[in-house]
Design a binder for this molecule. Structure first.
Ligand SMILES: [Zn+2]
Length: 216
């Protein structure tokens, strides 16, 4: 099974990816990480990537495709990949289909974690860290205990407002950019939307149910 996962920043995509990887023994194909590795190992591809980045260009679809093919072509990775952060546009999604097809594979499932902007805001505004013990709370979803000595309001630290503005704009950009991709996968009947507003274990269970259903 190969799958693609989407989710706006703050939706818990990282946590859920890790869970899926472990439970179903998959490999994560995250282009950001792969790019960094190539650069670090100073491969030819890594040098091409560096020079593209240094001249202020985005890594081209061609370079990203070449990088992805390195893994798709490996026997060990066959039908065991979860794509995270790739594809980023419809062109890349089409390339990915072609590449997979070349190695007798396909995408079996596309998961989108869906979280409303309102909840994202509350997750950010409500977040508070106890400066004594380091525990993380959220005044909306997981408030600090009322009669605790250390986690009382005078020790709870909140983040500044600019964090909120940045997060809102990241969320909106993300949703806008992946819209054509989501439409693309919806047309191919591969898309399953998961309510990312549930708690972590509920989301995990929902994802498991979907995957088990597909594996049959
Ligand atoms: Zn505390």
């Amino acid at each position: 099974m190969n799958l693609v996962i989407f989710g706006p920043p703050g939706a818990g995509k990282g946590t859920q990816s890790k869970f899926i990887l472990k439970k179903y023994n998959l490999f994560q194909i995250s282009t950001g990480e792969l790019l960094r590795k190539e650069i670090m190992n100073k491969t030819q591809l890594g040098k091409d990537i560096s020079s593209a980045m240094n001249s202020g260009k985005l890594v081209s679809d061609k370079i990203a495709g070449g990088l992805i093919e390195k893994f798709i072509s490996k026997n060990e990775y066959k039908d065991r990949m979860i794509f995270d952060g790739y594809p980023r546009n419809k062109q890349q999604a089409e390339n990915l289909n072609k590449l997979l097809n070349k190695y007798n594979q396909k995408i079996d499932l596309v998961l989108k974690l869906s979280v409303s902007l309102d909840v994202i805001k509350k997750r950010i505004i409500g977040r508070a860290v106890c400066s004594i013990c380091g525990k993380i709370y959220n005044e909306f979803f997981n408030p600090a205990p009322v009669n605790s000595n250390c986690c009382s309001s005078r020790f709870l630290q909140k983040r500044s407002d600019d964090t909120l503005d940045i997060s809102i704009s990241r969320y909106q950009t993300y949703e806008k950019n992946i819209k054509p991709l989501i439409d693309f996968y919806e047309e191919s009947k591969l898309l399953r939307v998961v309510n990312g507003e549930m708690n972590i274990s509920e989301i995990t269970n929902e994802i498991s149910r979907i995957i088990e259903g597909i594996k049959g």
